[in-house]
Design a protein around this ligand. Structure first.
Ligand SMILES: N[C@@H](CCC(=O)N[C@@H](CS)C(=O)NCC(=O)O)C(=O)O
Length: 210
């Protein structure tokens, strides 16, 4: 019996990706909260398992795995059903390209530590930080809309790794009051995901500690 522990923060979109993948695959896990608002991510206990001082970390039988997409890759290797990427190389490349629009190009320049740095290094106020966030999110989502397939999910009838990245990114965008009306395919994929319990059970409000 494998012991699987997710070091998690309810509002972290990278952790949310991992929660969705765990649920889709029906993998049982325990959750250990890391409070990002209280700065627990930078403390020794979290850095010991995640040298970047971030969440998520999935600890499998005592072995820490970091980086949400690498964790999902591990899950796919060990719990192949349902797959998060296709065996067909072209389909897989397109799925990963969509996922990376979010995970490599939108999320890293909009996350908590980047927004804090804009304030500490350049004196950005809340309005400037919100503007920065919206600029990069809308640019990335517009590209993703153009990359989406016929639906209802981004790549077709079933969710793949790009939908697993999309749903948390849209949750985050709504928090920042980004107008999403120009992205009907993304909204359709998000709505289709909302029909699935694996996605619903991973929602921030569903996992928020007491
Ligand atoms: N590329 C990483 C990103 C991890 C990441 O940025 N996590 C955020 C939460 S979504 C975090 O821990 N932020 C803490 C901070 O910025 O101080 C992954 O996919 O796991």
């Amino acid at each position: 019996m494998t012991d699987i522990v997710l070091h998690d923060y309810w509002r972290s979109s990278a952790a949310y990706r991992v929660r969705i993948a765990l649920n889709l695959k029906g993998v049982a896990y325990r959750s250990v909260p890391v409070n990002l608002v209280a700065g627990e991510q930078g403390a020794g206990a979290n850095r010991a398992i995640n040298p970047q001082g971030l969440v998520p970390t999935l600890v499998v039988d005592g072995v820490p795995l970091t980086q949400s997409l690498a964790i999902i890759d591990w899950l796919d290797a060990n719990f192949p059903d349902p797959p998060m990427v296709s065996k067909d190389a072209t389909t897989r490349s397109r799925q990963l390209a969509r996922a990376l629009v979010i995970a490599a190009d939108i999320h890293p320049i909009d996350n908590l530590r980047v927004l804090k740095r804009l304030e500490s290094q350049f004196g950005a106020d809340q309005a400037a930080k919100d503007d920065w966030y919206r600029h990069w999110v809308t640019e990335g989502l517009a590209a993703l809309e153009a990359m989406a397939g016929e639906g209802p999910f981004l790549g077709g009838a079933t969710p793949d790794i790009s939908d697993v990245c999309l749903v948390p990114q849209l949750y985050n965008a709504r928090r920042f009051e980004v107008d999403l009306s120009s992205y009907p395919k993304l909204l359709a994929a998000d709505a289709a995901a909302g029909e699935m319990s694996a996605f619903r059970r991973a929602r921030p409000d569903a996992v928020k500690p007491g």
